[in-house]
Design a binder for this molecule. Structure first.
Ligand code: ARG
Length: 461
């Protein structure tokens, strides 16, 4: 015939450029196993309901399993002329089993077929993303326990702010990635409905059993509206949104690793397995993996905006625009998996230079807030006045090119006569962090409390 797929209505085949713009087989072949699983479940249900014969069903199942094997062994020939994975599989099925193949598409359309395939794929991806995130969180928990008492500068505006512990900083990422993990799980909850049986958009007159196919495919239940089932891609958008937020977290960590591993900071040293050298400068050890995590965030975030833009303004139900959903999701998923794995490796392998962190923690008058707090606590000054006195102490130290803890008692007493020797106890960075025992604060005791909490919570998750 003039057209392999719908020759009845068409006198001529597509123009070459039509074929090129229309075909999705180049990327949607990734959905082959989901497509075949969907077809197996559909054909079993059709036979169960007496819509096709048991003999035809067994031919179909046999043929589909052969195709699965052919694709996995690399002997299957994908054809651009057949547009997409669905038509490629169906055409091969016809070659293998003859006319019975034509019964598979009863009570089904490519519209619900692609929706079910893609949901299955995204669901599986989310499940594996969750596993990756759990490994990343575990890597951070190890580092946090190890460095619960390691003092480092905490920053605001990337200026030294107050001393914190490295363990506490690690636990900040645990909180972020744990929220990402919960977003991943929420996304699974919402997409866990089978669109199969929505057919083109209106449902079907055949007595199909949508509960059965939903169950067979591992979905919680069937979708409740056939138009919505083939119209929306919010599950793909949600995947991209979750991925973008997670990637954005990863990129901040990446940036910190880039900064920390500069010789100027020297807070961490990346392992050889997670850094690269320079082809010209022998001294270099570059944080390429961290930089690429930072950069790939651009792709992931871009895919979210890209697909949002594809979907906006689309009338219900299916439009071919929606075929553009897949590359965005596939590429974002591939990037995110790599990013999470590379970060897990970097975090577990990097060497932490506690001395450099401690040295830096003491610079930049990082205990100024502790001095102000002491003036409030011990001398009963209002905080605003204490802030002012401390500001003058910082100016004095700056003029003398020294640290707050190096100012003499006489000098300090010129700022406020009530100051005593006791003040020096809060000017050390170690005492500063140990004193921050408020719930969720940076004191080592609090850090340990939070690592215990997450160990327990993740063991249950
Ligand atoms: N390849 C198509 C897609 O990805 C499958 C659905 C085609 N349906 C249609 N009515 N043309 O969306």
């Amino acid at each position: 015939t003039s057209n392999q797929m719908w020759g009845g209505r068409f006198a001529s085949g597509p123009a070459a450029v039509m074929e090129a713009i229309n075909a999705s087989i180049g990327f949607d072949r990734k959905l082959y196993s989901q497509d075949i699983r969907g077809s197996l479940a559909h054909s079993e249900m059709l036979a169960e309901k007496g819509i096709i014969s048991a003999e035809d069903q067994s031919r179909i199942a046999h043929g589909l399993n052969t195709i699965l094997r052919e694709i996995e062994e690399g002997t299957f020939t994908f054809s651009t002329r057949l547009e997409d994975i669905h038509m490629n599989v169906e055409a091969r099925l016809a070659e293998l089993i003859g006319p019975a193949a034509g019964r598979l598409h009863t009570a089904r359309s490519r519209n619900d077929q692609v929706a079910v395939d893609f949901r299955l794929w995204v669901k599986e991806e989310l499940v594996s993303t969750a596993e990756g995130l759990k490994r990343l969180i575990a890597a951070f928990l190890d580092r946090a326990e190890e460095h619960a008492a390691t003092v480092m500068p905490g920053f605001t505006h990337l200026q030294s702010a107050q001393p914190v512990t490295f363990g506490h900083h690690c636990m900040a990422y645990v909180e972020m990635f744990a929220r990402d993990l919960s977003r991943v799980r929420d996304a699974v909850e919402r997409l866990d409905e089978s669109p199969l049986g929505a057919a083109a958009l209106a449902g079907t007159g055949f007595p199909i059993d949508r509960q059965a196919t939903a169950r067979a495919l591992g979905f919680r239940e069937p979708t409740r509206n056939s138009i919505d089932s083939v119209s929306d891609r919010d599950f793909a958008l949600e995947f991209l949104a979750v991925a973008s937020i997670c990637a954005t977290h990863l990129s901040r960590l990446a940036e910190e690793i880039v900064i920390w591993s500069t010789p100027q900071f020297g807070f961490v040293r990346l392992s050889d397995s997670f850094s690269t050298g320079s082809s010209i400068m022998p001294q270099k050890k570059n944080p390429d993996a961290a930089e690429l995590v930072r950069a790939k965030t651009g792709r992931v975030n871009g895919h979210l905006v890209g697909l949002l833009t594809v979907m906006k303004g689309l009338p219900l139900a299916y439009s071919k625009d929606m075929q553009e959903d897949k590359e965005a999701v596939f590429d974002a998923a591939e990037a995110l998996d790599l990013m999470i794995a590379a970060m897990t490796g970097m975090v577990s392998d990097m060497t932490v230079n506690a001395d450099a962190m401690k040295r830096a923690a003491g610079s930049g008058y990082s205990t100024a807030t502790d001095l102000a707090d002491w003036l409030v606590r011990v001398l009963g000054l209002p905080f605003r006045e204490a802030h002012h006195v401390t500001g003058r102490a910082v100016a004095m130290a700056e003029a003398k090119k020294t640290g707050l803890e190096k100012l003499s008692l006489e000098d300090l007493q010129t700022l406020h006569s009530g100051i005593t020797e006791d003040v020096y106890s809060v000017l050390s960075v170690r005492n500063s962090v140990s004193s921050r025992t408020s719930f969720g604060g940076t004191a080592p005791s609090q850090v340990r409390r939070q690592t215990r909490y997450w160990r327990k919570r993740l063991a249950k998750a």
